[in-house]
Design a protein around this ligand. Structure first.
Ligand code: B12
Ligand code: SF4
Length: 573
């Protein structure tokens, strides 16, 4: 996996272990004529409020848990709520998806349209919002049936905490198809999903241009590795289980071709917890890519043991350009890491132009105030392009949660909204206090930034290595991919290096010197265009970076826009 738990685990204080089985609903009386609303929880998100929004927990992947200490160099973007988009695409009932609504927008949708079914999607930190949204539906659209799904459903006893008619645990497409009287085993249609939206870095918002960003594809949900803390694995069946939407490389290839044509992309964010684990599927995909001359780029999640099933060349040919890998801790006993020299693997991947996002857990059982700094230093020393740090966090539904509960170590008075792995422990650690857990976590982010520099700089390093190694590769697909990267590196990214070099002097002079050296190498490789863009674009970027820095200092936060999308839509009669 990796986006998951290692990295990404919220927990749940006093709430008890979730039951696994999902209820089997009767069929809705209107079947596929039922009018369905699917909504994510309401914002704004990046502020403290009584419904569970927290300034520390914005709706942003990188800024939330990866580059949050990197100031104006933090990579900022939003991702849509893919679960409800997948459900909408796979039912034939008239259906609206309302994504990132405000409370007012949710209320307006309930009162200006008529809905037979209102589906609400949330995770555990969103419990307070899900509760409020159920209340609003009862008040504003009392005839609607309320269905709640997503990871919030792992909370046992949820039915007593919120006023919903159905709580769906696990996979939702098949549940909703059953509920509407459709064939739950019909092939899965994949919506065309633009991956990141409203991307922003160094004070510049990049335009949402067609083909300008990756498309998301979701081959499966869950992960069979079953690490003890892993909420995504647990939610879709736990160890040995997962739900595959596309079994073969052929199916995946067809889906990707369709999305490539629709969105004009050649880059894919593959939302599969451990994509490389399924070698047969990946190799079949590669075969089809070769036959069709596809020069695609894939950003994937993969565990170290799964990566090692491939040669570096196979990964490069498959277009793997970014890997999210759970590092956990040098002393952890997770089977996916057994026997792997993570430092060596990271170096190798980067040497081949593959960007690495490492993910380290802070507060494992063996951590103490005496050894934790050293462990964080080892993680920082891997010099990954990006680094996520997450607190070890027992989450309902996981084996770890059960274990902590059995040992009486869960803290009972913690608001679920504060249990997301980026704040403080939700359990009694043998050696580290709750307040210190936050101090160590914050320090880990800072230390990585301070000693390795902005992630954007590290990415440039990896891109240059990849370009030098593969620019003359015999496979034109491979050359094409590195040429695309080279175009960015030799222009805008070089201007960014010029700015980072200047600004980082204030943080760490040695790193600033390293950035300078890299910029010189880039300019040696692309003498005219790189120098020209640094000279022309550099000062503008410097100005926008400083402006952003001062905005952030004044508390500026960012929110995703609201989306409403209707499918099979007919006006209510
Ligand atoms: C993309 C993503 C995000 C995006 C935004 C998502 C969004 N728009 O809401 C970003 C990066 C912003 C994000 C943020 C956070 N996330 Co997040 N995120 C994910 C991620 C990687 C993918 C989600 C996804 O689309 N999966 C694929 C779809 C198909 O699966 P799904 O969403 O689970 O949906 C299926 C079922 O759950 C169900 N279902 C879902 N909704 C509904 C609704 C109905 C009505 C029904 C019937 C069924 C149903 O059916 C779907 C199809 O089977 C998951 C990890 C993962 N692999 O799933 C984590 C995950 C959901 N995030 C998680 C967490 C903790 C967070 C954060 C708290 C960050 C943090 N500090 O760790 C914040 C919270 C943000 C906030 N303020 O609310 C956890 C949730 C754990 C839990 N038990 O609650 C997950 C599982 C990661 C993990 N393993 O720890 N996240
Ligand atoms: S179970 Fe899979 S997805 Fe979860 S942490 Fe382990 S390897 Fe990653």
């Amino acid at each position: 996996m990796n986006y998951s738990p290692d990295h990404y685990p919220p927990g749940m204080g006093s709430i008890t272990q979730g039951s696994k089985e999902t209820e089997t609903p009767g069929i809705h009386p209107k079947g596929t004529h039922a009018r369905v609303l699917l909504s994510s929880v309401f914002g704004p998100y990046a502020q403290d409020d009584e419904f569970g929004s927290r300034a520390i927990n914005p709706m942003e992947l990188y800024h939330n848990q990866v580059t949050r200490a990197q100031g104006s160099f933090s990579l900022r973007m939003f991702h849509r709520s893919w679960g409800i988009m997948m459900i909408q695409e796979n039912i034939s009932a008239p259906c609206s998806v309302l994504d990132f609504p405000t409370r007012e927008a949710f209320a307006r949708e309930l009162t200006t349209q008529h809905y037979d079914v209102v589906g609400i999607s949330g995770i555990i930190v969103n419990l307070g919002k899900v509760r409020e949204m159920c209340r609003m539906v009862r008040e504003l659209s009392p005839d609607s049936t309320i269905v709640v799904g997503g990871h919030v459903a792992a909370v046992a006893g949820l039915e007593t905490m919120i006023d919903a008619d159905h709580i769906v645990r696990g996979e939702g497409i098949s549940w909703m198809r059953r509920y509407l009287g459709e064939d739950e085993h019909a092939p899965i249609r994949h919506p065309a999903i633009v991956s990141g939206i409203d991307t922003r870095i160094m004070g510049i918002r990049l335009p949402n241009r067609k083909g300008g960003t990756a498309a998301t594809i979701i081959p499966s949900v869950g992960c069979p590795m079953g690490c003890n803390f892993c909420t995504t694995s647990a939610f879709f069946g736990g160890k040995g289980k997962f739900v595959n939407f596309y079994e073969t490389g052929d199916e995946l290839f067809d889906v990707m071709c369709g999305i490539e044509a629709e969105l004009k992309v050649h880059s894919f964010f593959v939302m599969d917890e451990n994509f490389l684990l399924h070698r047969k599927r990946a190799m079949q995909l590669l075969e089809r890519m070769k036959q069709a001359g596809k020069s695609w780029e894939l950003s994937i999640f993969a565990s170290a043991n799964a990566i090692r099933k491939y040669t570096m060349l196979e990964l490069v040919e498959l277009g793997v350009s970014w890997v999210w890998m759970g590092l956990e801790s040098p002393k952890s006993s997770y089977s996916k890491l057994q026997g792997e020299d993570i430092g060596q693997l990271t170096r190798e991947l980067r040497e081949h132009g593959i960007r690495v996002q490492g993910s380290t857990i802070v507060g494992l059982e063996h951590h103490t105030p005496d050894n934790i700094a050293e462990e964080i230093e080892s993680a920082v020393a891997y010099q990954t392009d990006f680094h996520q740090f997450m607190l070890y966090t027992p989450v309902p539904g996981t084996p770890l949660y059960q274990e902590m509960s059995d040992q009486g170590r869960l803290l009972n008075d913690i608001d679920p909204a504060d249990i997301h792995g980026q704040f403080k422990f939700n359990f009694r650690h043998a050696a580290i206090s709750r307040d210190d857990s936050k101090r160590f976590l914050d320090w880990a982010f800072w230390r990585d930034f301070e000693s390795n520099g902005p992630s954007l700089y590290r990415m440039c390093q990896t891109m240059l290595k990849g370009w030098r190694r593969y620019k003359d590769h015999p496979d034109p697909r491979v050359r094409e991919r590195f040429t695309r990267e080279e175009k960015k590196l030799s222009s805008a990214y070089n201007a960014a290096l010029w700015v980072m070099e200047k600004e980082f002097k204030k943080v760490n002079r040695t790193v600033s010197d390293r950035i300078h050296k890299l910029r010189r190498e880039v300019e040696k490789e692309f003498p005219i265009v790189a120098r020209l863009t640094a000279a022309l674009l550099g000062p503008i970027l410097l100005w926008s970076t400083r402006r952003e820095e001062s905005r952030l200092a004044k508390g500026r936060t960012y929110e995703p826009p609201t989306f409403i999308e209707r499918r099979n839509w007919v006006p209510a009669s």
